[in-house]
Design a protein around this ligand. Structure first.
Ligand SMILES: NC(=O)c1ccc[n+]([C@@H]2O[C@H](COP(=O)([O-])OP(=O)(O)OC[C@H]3O[C@@H](n4cnc5c(N)ncnc54)[C@H](O)[C@@H]3O)[C@@H](O)[C@H]2O)c1
Length: 352
């Protein structure tokens, strides 16, 4: 039986606000509490989103027995400790990406979920798009045949978020562009193809643009301006190859900053056809009258992915649907990310 779920949001920054706006579109959700360690941010955001209860310590929010679910929207190093505490307090957890800092932490989160019997959903919002549905169906319908190669290109020319802040401090973020933006494209690729068996990685990460901070000429930066006395000790460019057994591979190039034209594309190559997702354009690469032919698919790209994922989170709590992105898949993703960094450090291919 469907009921209204009282929600608390932990972290009132950029994505905390996005969650607040999105929950407002979910009929069975009521955001009753907000938490942030910064009193001014907390007051301003609670007022903006009309949230009645304010907490500066997340443990006080978790102690409120009326709250059944939390969205965790804090810096990456706090994902694991807060998620584990939330499960101990009997809450259902919507956890923003990346799941946490590494696979060890990810397994601990899943263990805490299992012990609590509550719901864990990962914030893989790109799955909640019409393009994800369309491409998944093309593949399931056999339009591409056997998928054997995926090409991910996620290139920002100058787009380091919060230079000098927590995003660029490895101890707080776990890494740079790889852990921050590649998760979306890698997850989408594995989701639509069903390739959840990554076996090995060969990769190299680089750090060429963020340091010294005063030398960085940024043209687009969110969570900016740069914090000149801050830290930059993470990757701003990475390239590599992920193997899925001996049947398929995924090559990737991911940059927060580099001297190349910006790109945002995923191409999936099968033996019968291919598909290219560029921004929200979908092109099917096929044949017509024995000639190669490209078909641009016409579809409505508008959909609020965040509202869609939060609706499913609330639905899962009410027993109406499965969670769309599981903790188990989150663990696989963290194992891939760990392997990318390890391969780069060791300068050789590593097993996942
Ligand atoms: N799904 C997406 O597309 C997407 C987009 C942006 C960010 N994110 C993820 O969301 C998370 C937050 O990113 P952001 O851009 O909102 O960062 P942000 O820096 O804008 O906000 C983080 C907020 O957390 C608060 N905070 C820090 N420690 C806290 C604590 N102990 N208790 C409560 N609040 C605390 C900070 O004061 C800040 O207001 C990150 O993990 C990021 O990767 C996801």
């Amino acid at each position: 039986m469907s009921k209204k779920i009282k929600v608390g949001i932990i972290g009132a920054g950029t994505i905390g606000s996005v969650h607040a706006d999105a929950y407002a579109k979910v009929a069975n959700a009521e955001v009753v509490a907000l938490c942030d360690i910064l009193p001014n941010t907390l007051a301003e955001k609670a007022k903006r989103h009309n949230i009645p209860l304010k907490y500066e310590n997340y443990k006080d929010l978790l102690a409120n027995p009326d709250i059944e679910a939390v969205s965790i929207c804090v810096p990456n190093d706090l994902h694991a400790p807060i998620a584990i505490d939330a499960f101990k307090a009997g809450k259902n957890v919507m956890l923003e990406k990346p799941m946490c800092l590494n696979a060890d932490q990810a397994r601990k989160i899943v263990k805490a979920r299992d012990k609590s019997g509550k719901i864990l959903q990962m914030g893989m919002v790109r799955r909640q798009s019409n393009e994800a549905d369309i491409i998944k169906k093309l593949i399931e319908d056999g339009r591409l045949g056997e998928v054997y190669q995926i090409r991910v290109k996620l290139i920002r020319r100058r787009g380091i978020p919060g230079l000098g802040g927590w995003f660029t401090t490895k101890a707080r973020s776990g890494g740079g562009g790889i852990i921050d933006i590649s998760v979306h494209a890698l997850d989408l690729s594995m989701y639509v193809t069903g390739l959840w068996n990554p076996t090995a990685v060969s990769a190299k990460t680089y750090s060429k643009f963020g340091w010294p901070i005063e030398n960085y000429n940024y043209v687009s930066m969110w969570a900016g301006p740069p914090k000149m006395d801050g830290i930059f000790d993470v990757d701003d460019y990475a390239a590599g190859l992920i193997r899925f057994g001996d049947k398929a591979t995924l090559s990737f190039e991911v940059a927060w900053a580099c001297n190349a034209q910006p790109e945002n594309a995923i191409e999936i190559l099968g033996d019968k056809g291919g598909v290219k997702l560029e921004g929200s354009n979908i092109v099917l690469l096929t044949e017509f009258d024995n000639r190669p032919a490209d078909i641009k698919l016409d579809y409505d790209a508008r959909r609020d992915g965040f509202a869609s994922e939060l609706e499913k989170f609330i639905g899962a709590i009410n027993g109406e649907n499965e969670v769309p992105a599981t903790g188990e898949q989150g663990v696989i993703m963290m194992r891939v990310l760990d392997a990318i960094y390890k391969s780069s450090d060791l300068n050789k291919e590593v097993e996942i």
